[in-house]
Design a protein around this ligand. Sequence first.
Ligand SMILES: [Zn+2]
Length: 323
Amino acid sequence: MNLPWLDEHKNALHERLEAGRLGHAPLIQGPSGVGKRELARWLAERILCLEPAGREPCGQCRACELMASGSHPDFFGVDVPEDRQSIPVDAIRGLIEKMQLTPSVGTARVGLFMDADAMNRNAANALLKTLEEPAPGAWLVLCSDQPASLPATIRSRCQKLALRPPPPETAEHWLAQISGDVEESRRKAALVLAGGAPLAAHAMLEHGEFERGLAILDTLVEPRSDRRSGKLLEEWQQDAAGTWQWLARWLALIMNRLRGVSSTDLPMADRLPVDLSPECVARLWEQALEGRRAASAGSVRQDLSLGKWLLEWEALMESRSQR
Ligand SMILES: [Zn+2]
């Protein structure tokens, strides 16, 4: 998948690599859906490639072939294990051991963290020493949506590279090419809802997320009749983190509207009420963010918190009609 807005970053990384000035631990940070992982993966391939063709990995050498088949012996991806909520310390110990071995293919080894902020505290501490005294030819490439949750000691030893959403025209053009069968108005709305992050907008359109968000908006604006039966909460609970995310999005849009900010690319936001108390909306928005954090961290029984949240929302809407 070609992401044209990454070109300038690739150029800069290429120049630094060529000049031997690329630090051994780049930290690619930025919001979700702007291409951090794609850039990190590209950088790993570029570092390991034996005969780069200018800026790009050649795609043909032994290293590139091994990367393509997922079996490069000097490449180590560090992810959250399926049965865990964070990257445990033993994963880091394993990585450090492997990073100290002599490379089998070329002269470099790369450890890649797609979600560096998922390291638990012990894991982060274990990584510190490697960051302080890197073995020659050893690279650690880190990605993070939430660099603030990484310990400052880790951040200060990395070379930060901030990815931001591309200009709207670039994002719209890319999205039109990749989701061309989706109506333009939906594409534009998805981009606004995704905060301008093209990959996040694409995922929203591809996986039914967009429709789900609209259904949640319906519920906020017109309370559903099956609300009391618990069916609604059962539905919401199935992807609690996603539900909280949508609640937070819609409430953020209400806050914008209360401040007089709105986007012409998001006509459905006109359905949101504009006569609510800003303090109450802000409080519910914060609760939704908190709920999302808890749900992402694996907290169960989100149906209780979601139910409580919905009651508060309904009371707020009710107070409006009584004014
Ligand atoms: Zn190559």
